[in-house]
Design a protein around this ligand. Structure first.
Ligand code: SF4
Ligand code: SF4
Length: 222
């Protein structure tokens, strides 16, 4: 998952960070509207890639980030915000903090081939464009849907593609494969490696994790 930056999650910090990333002229006119949308959909803007904003929890206070803990956290206490689900699978049109790509390595061609075959077996004859966004289209998406995000330059970078296609959820977007009611991944067993190996800064600074380089060891990474 290509991330530009991530950050802290206290409500006060979120408020500060989200407004800071909007231009000065926009703040006055859109602050109230953004706050209303945040309240309504309960999805604060999270800067999940701002390393410096996530304090490292002492070793003795950390739990193992097991599948069970991951489910509890990601589907109900994402980034330490009660009720928040799956922020890293969402995109925010006011703050393009991360995009759902690039798919690279085996994700790039093999995963796309395999997921299309997986859908075909279930009677859905999808094409590549149904599951990913490529550069030419993504450039236009960046200039249109994300035109109000001060940090939308990521869409102009060929290296950010292919990225997972997304859907509209409330005032934001989320991966096309996220169930919009349960917020669970609809292709969990088939999700790309990008998603399997992704650990946000909240997870890295609060839990003991297994990484790709040390898959058998619970460790404090940050
Ligand atoms: S990995 Fe981090 S950002 Fe993603 S759902 Fe879990 S807690 Fe939230
Ligand atoms: S494939 Fe699943 S885990 Fe990956 S971004 Fe989409 S919903 Fe999230």
């Amino acid at each position: 998952m290509k991330i530009q930056y991530k950050g802290s999650v206290s409500p006060e910090a979120l408020e500060t960070e989200s407004t800071k990333l909007v231009s000065e002229e926009q703040v006055t006119s859109s602050e109230a509207s953004i706050k209303t949308q945040k309240d309504r959909f309960y999805l604060p803007v999270l800067n999940i890639n701002h390393n410096h904003e996530w304090p490292s929890k002492p070793l003795e206070d950390r739990k193992h980030f097991t599948d069970e803990v991951a489910t509890e956290t990601c589907l109900g206490n994402c980034c330490g915000v009660e009720g928040l689900k799956g922020a890293c699978c969402h995109l925010d049109p006011y703050d393009t903090e991360h995009v759902l790509g690039p798919l690279k390595g085996s994700d790039k061609d093999e995963w796309i081939r395999d997921i299309l075959a997986w859908f075909r077996k279930r009677g859905l004859n999808l094409t590549r464009a149904d599951v990913v966004i490529d550069y030419e289209e993504g450039k236009i998406i960046g200039e249109t849907l994300f035109k109000d995000a001060p940090n939308n330059g990521i869409f102009q970078e060929p290296s950010a593609y292919p990225m997972l296609r997304f859907q509209v959820i409330g005032p934001r977007y989320a991966c096309k494969f996220m169930n919009p009611v349960t917020y669970k991944c609809g292709i969990y067993a088939m999700r790309p490696n990008m998603c399997r190996t992704y650990l946000c800064n909240y997870v890295l600074t609060n839990f003991l994790v297994k990484t790709k380089s040390k898959p058998n060891t619970w460790q404090k990474v940050r």
